[in-house]
Design a protein around this ligand. Structure first.
Ligand code: UDP
Length: 368
């Protein structure tokens, strides 16, 4: 690297402490970006809710904990719901600290999906960048993303093209994908394990369809992840014969990858425009083929016939038939795709390129 290292402030999600699982895929993404950027020699500060576990123990990262009440997630709000900030909320505190630190830094990188940092962007002296972690779920957020895009779209990046299509942009999107510390995931070649499903247990994840496939095949479905919606989990369980679902709980990456890697296939059944789909790539990194709906990030990640099978969204019969064909997928090819496209280092390089481009003077291709 010939350019000088950057001083960057990374701001975590306000919906839960890092390590709690409440931040979903964002927690893992933040860890990968942090480790990858440290590896590239940058100086980093991390602003995160108090009680967060830093993904790296390294002098290169200074952690700034902020007190306050968790921010409600947009994920389960009505599309037309107003922006809410709870009394004593952590979100304004994170941004107070980030703006303060940002005045001495090259850039501030936001990982939260929130209106406040987007709104601040044209007004703040610090250079704010946003890695948008979800597709469209709220009108307030759609408008805030579109406003930043009109002001200077170089401040926005997305995980996949399909996610970015949800937003009103003025130029082709910056797509950084995602990245993983692949040394933490072992390739397992045994082709005859159980079926698996992983993710937050919540309606937008469509667990009921994966359970229906397992029931149709007379098999057990192993399920890993935080049960976010208990009533939903009970409904899903009631729809299939007793014992179809084996609840495995939320596991740290080391255990998750060991158990996931023993699966014959991962079923991925999102009902929404999933921005990326970390669990899809985690499965691939272990050599596990993925059978997924051709929707959102998973539909862009899974290479049909090479790393798994894509079927029309919400078609349970097609999902069942595809699951019966996973033996045709080479588990080494799954790992190979993750190594080529989704390593932590590759992500950090893409993020760095995005930020350097956004910091460079306007070249006239984007109208302010
Ligand atoms: N996860 C985990 N342990 C589990 C199940 C899931 O650590 O037992 C993590 C998984 O590694 C992934 C995240 O939860 O990073 C889910 O992210 P994904 O992008 O699949 O969905 P999101 O929750 O962000 O919608």
């Amino acid at each position: 690297m010939t350019e000088r290292p950057l001083h960057l402030v990374l701001v975590s999600t306000p919906i839960g402490q890092l390590g709690s699982g409440r931040g979903g895929g964002v927690e893992l993404t933040l860890g990968s970006v942090l480790r990858g950027l440290v590896g590239r020699g940058h100086q980093l500060s991390l602003v995160a809710p108090e009680g967060s576990r830093s993904p790296v123990l390294d002098d290169a990262v200074q952690v700034h904990p902020c007190k306050g009440v968790d921010q409600p997630s947009w994920q389960h709000a009505d599309r037309g719901a107003p922006m809410q900030i709870p009394d004593d909320g952590v979100l304004p505190r994170l941004w107070e600290r980030a703006l303060d630190l940002g005045s001495q830094a090259d850039a501030v990188l936001n990982f939260g999906y929130d209106w406040l940092p987007l709104w601040l962007t044209p007004h703040a002296p610090a250079a704010l960048f946003h890695l948008v972690s979800m597709g469209s779920v709220s009108q307030v957020m759609d408008r805030a993303v579109a406003a930043v895009a009109r002001w200077d779209q170089r401040r926005l990046a997305f995980h996949t093209r399909r996610q970015a299509q949800d937003f009103d942009l003025v130029a082709p999107p910056e797509v950084v994908g995602n990245g993983f510390d692949l040394s933490r995931y072992d390739l397992q070649l045994a082709p005859s394990g159980p079926l698996g499903w992983a993710g937050r247990v919540a309606p937008e994840k469509g667990l009921e369809d994966a359970a229906a496939v397992a029931a149709a095949l007379g098999e057990t479905l192993r399920v890993w992840g935080l049960v976010e919606d208990h009533a939903y989990a009970q409904r899903v369980e009631a729809e299939v014969p007793p014992g179809t679902i084996e609840w495995c709980g939320f596991k740290p990456t080391a255990e998750l990858q060991r158990e996931l890697g023993a699966c014959r296939a991962l079923l991925n059944t999102p009902k929404w425009n999933e921005a990326y789909g970390n669990v899809v790539v985690e499965a691939l990194a272990c050599g596990v083929p993925v059978v997924a709906y051709d929707r959102g990030g998973p539909g862009e990640i899974v290479q049909n016939g090479v790393t798994g099978w894509l079927v029309p969204p919400d078609d349970r019969d097609a999902l069942t038939r595809a699951t019966q064909r996973v033996a045709a997928i080479d588990r080494r090819a799954c790992r190979g795709w993750a190594e080529q496209w989704a390593s932590q280092d590759a992500l950090a390089m893409r993020v760095e390129t995005w930020i350097r481009r956004g910091l460079s003077p306007m070249d006239g291709t984007i109208v302010r």
